[in-house]
Design a protein around this ligand. Structure first.
Ligand SMILES: [Zn+2]
Length: 456
């Protein structure tokens, strides 16, 4: 009966329909019958999917066959024994992405040797590990340099940071580099990557577009003004580094870079700053940084100083703005004068913010996507004003989970019945034009390490 019903549409149409499902939903549909199982396993539906492999002894031959059939190329691996690596090479030799998420495992040179068996490897992530030998040795970087375009390393302990940075500078094809949170050893004080090693890295990685960098605050001596501006060895007056389009500063303490630190990075289209904590007695650098970045299209600020201290220099071409800071109606009105072309807004709302939704349609009429994360409250009736955003395609409403659990509403899951009713009303008023999402999006385990992931 089911097979008959399925044959009303050609398989490719079913595959397209299923492409709208979440991974969880796909797994549910897959359990129904053999025909659906085959349709759901179509490689098109798993193209960008990252499979987490954490328990090799439990995986059957059928499991590996399914991964092969789906043509899986991206995996996250945990606690791999030498024989598991061999199994992985045999079963999925075409892997392009491997993220190693170990629980403070001790690594040696041979652990990286395992990676050399994947000829298509382009993207490598390493998390939570201690290296007792240099992490990327010369013989390995030689092999990996041709292949790797993306490298993401977070929360690791190294024998020498400068040595590691020098090894990375040999990976000349890198377009994406994330390096943060060096775990502190017992006898070791972690310091910022020295200027000389960092400049050498930037001078060698000519193809680098995205850099995500942590700057340590120990000792409390600011870095030189030209930290992000390596001079060209042939022409010391000119910039010799790559044409970066995206920069992310993680756990940034505000004291280490000067007001002129980003002056040379005029090619930046995207800037993200995750502040470690707020320093009251230090002048906010953002106002000056932003005044130098006139090409900026995307800005994300997490924590730090009051918005009013830097909204005056918001670059005019910004179309994407994410602010995980306290935001008031006054801030919003001021921002609207600066970023008239805003199309994507991600902001926080708490009980002190006022009626932000009511004003959004007049302040940012071009908005296509809007994400509101609620703290200590749920959406109120002013949410219905969002129907006046004529270009709005997607609305994400997220509630800080810890706030729900702490409140007396903890027996109501999000969205609560009253919020569901509001969402239904908004959908009706907008004639179902707006896609309303109430669940946290899926985490990208390669790009979103624990330092930057906002979820629980
Ligand atoms: Zn990190």
């Amino acid at each position: 009966m089911m097979v008959e019903w399925l044959s009303h549409l050609p398989p490719e149409v079913w595959v397209m329909v299923f492409s709208y499902l979440s991974t969880q939903e796909k797994h549910r549909v897959r359990c129904c019958c053999k025909v659906l199982k085959k349709l759901i396993d179509h490689p098109c539906l798993w193209r960008n999917h990252m499979v987490v492999l954490s328990n090799f002894p439990r995986y059957t031959a059928g499991f590996w066959d399914t991964l092969k059939y789906r043509r899986v190329t991206r995996v996250v691996v945990q606690r791999l024994r030498p024989k598991d690596w061999k199994h992985l090479v045999k079963s999925l030799p075409r892997l392009t992405t491997i993220v190693c998420m170990e629980g403070q495992q001790h690594y040696k040179k041979k652990n990286v040797d395992n990676l050399l068996h994947f000829p298509n490897l382009k993207t490598l992530g390493i998390r939570n590990a201690t290296w007792s030998e240099p992490m990327l040795q010369q013989c390995q970087t030689g092999h990996l340099a041709e292949r790797l375009t993306h490298l993401s390393v977070c929360n690791i302990q190294l024998p020498s940071t400068a040595e590691f940075v020098n090894s990375v500078s040999r990976l000349f094809n890198l377009e994406y580099l994330l390096f943060h949170q060096q775990a502190e050893g017992k006898l070791q004080v972690v310091e910022p990557v020295p200027s000389k090693a960092f400049h050498n890295l930037l001078l060698n990685l000519k193809k680098l577009k995205h850099l995500s960098w942590e700057i340590q605050e120990k000792p409390e001596v600011p870095l030189p003004d030209d930290y992000f501006y390596p001079p060209d060895p042939e022409d010391p007056e000119a910039y010799g580094g790559p044409t970066l389009t995206s920069l992310e500063l993680v756990n940034y303490p505000e004291t280490m870079l000067s007001e002129n630190a980003l002056r040379g990075l005029t090619s930046l289209k995207s800037l993200t700053v995750h502040y470690r904590y707020l320093k009251i007695d230090v002048k906010c650098r953002l106002q000056s940084w932003l005044s130098h970045l006139q090409e900026l299209e995307s800005l994300e600020i997490i924590g730090g100083n009051s918005l009013a201290l830097y909204t005056t220099t918001f670059p005019p071409h910004v179309t994407r703005l994410a602010l995980r800071v306290i935001i008031s109606l006054k801030d919003l009105c001021f921002m609207a004068k600066k970023v008239k072309k805003l199309e994507h807004l991600d902001m926080h709302q708490n009980r002190f913010s006022g009626s932000l939704c009511k004003k959004l349609p007049s302040l940012f009429p071009q908005l296509k996507t809007l994400r509101i994360r609620y703290f200590h409250e749920e959406p109120k009736r002013d949410l219905l004003f969002l129907r006046n955003l004529k270009h709005l395609e997607q609305l994400e409403l997220i509630v800080e989970r810890s706030c729900i659990l702490k409140s007396e509403r903890n027996d109501h899951p999000w969205p609560s019945p009253s919020s569901q009713e509001l969402i239904r009303e908004l959908q009706e008023l907008s004639e179902n034009r707006i896609n309303i999402i109430t669940t946290m999006r899926q985490r990208n385990l390669f790009r979103e390490c624990d330092c930057v992931w906002e979820g629980e």
